[in-house]
Design a protein around this ligand. Structure first.
Ligand code: FPP
Length: 246
């Protein structure tokens, strides 16, 4: 049995989220500009998406650009936006062949017009695919997401559309960008940093966390399978004790 088949036969996360980190340092180690790291990060995205689809993981969410990333030098931001547009264009075929539906979360409207247009186009063209849902977090920040959910709920309370007593976790879920997506089961961060960096704060409440020293452009199928193996060896207790789990 191949390692992939072995992992596939075990318990898999329904929702896998990844903080793709280390592109800049990967490039620096090679004496190149940071953008070279981002360019090389694209093939790691492709490989990860294909492997996750092969494993029939239901939901894969990638942190591609945070609200804080706008503060980076303009040249780097422009390159990332260009990469997004060209990758979306190029990968539409891969998405369709693998029955993947594209989704986006974040302040997507704040991206350059071309990126918004391309994103909308690929989302539309993949909307009937019913395999994996690939969500790109773009101009995404969890605190901003929670703030806008609170604002929307506040407005509904003010207009008597909902009473405050009725607000529960499921209603809050419905006001987040991730509405319709299940909670994250496994969160991977590459590059040896042990931080969450404002990613899916609400949705990772009970996620298993996995950190690897590998820089994102080097992250491949082998590394993903290693992370999934570690996930399969963990006991998820959700606040209970071992003896209460069956
Ligand atoms: C973090 O590395 C990575 C990013 C901010 C961008 C991720 C983008 C890609 C992988 C390429 C394009 C993505 C898509 C979906 C087409 P960093 O720059 O923070 O690295 P550092 O910590 O070493 O500086």
């Amino acid at each position: 049995m191949s390692k992939l088949e072995e992992i596939k036969s075990g318990r898999l996360p329904q929702h896998l989220a990844i903080i793709m980190d280390g592109n800049g340092r990967w490039a620096k180690e090679r004496g190149k500009l940071r953008v070279f790291g981002h360019q090389n990060g694209v093939q790691a995205v492709r490989q990860t998406v294909e492997t996750a689809a092969k494993l029939q993981i239901g939901y894969l969410t990638l942190y591609a650009f945070s609200t804080e990333n706008w503060k980076r030098p303009k040249m780097e931001v422009d390159t990332l936006m260009r990469l997004l547009v060209t990758s979306l264009r190029k990968e539409l075929k891969t998405l369709t062949e693998n029955n993947i539906r594209l989704n986006a979360i974040g302040c997507v409207e704040s991206l350059p017009g071309k990126a918004v247009q391309e994103l909308r186009e690929v989302i539309k063209r993949t909307e009937n695919n019913d395999g994996m849902t690939l969500t790109l977090a773009l101009s995404y920040g969890a605190r901003e997401e929670i703030t806008s959910a609170v604002k929307a709920l506040g407005t509904k309370v003010k207009n008597s559309i909902i009473s405050p007593e009725k607000i529960d976790e499921s209603i809050i879920n419905d006001h987040l960008y991730t509405r319709g997506l299940p909670d994250v089961d496994l969160l991977i961060r590459t590059s040896g940093e042990y931080r969450i960096s404002n990613f899916l704060l609400w949705q990772i409440a009970y996620a298993e966390l996995y950190f690897t020293d590998v820089f994102w452009p080097d992250f491949n199928e082998e590394h993903l399978l290693e992370a999934l193996k570690s996930y399969q060896n963990r006991e998820r207790r959700f606040g209970k004790i071992s003896e209460q789990l069956n």
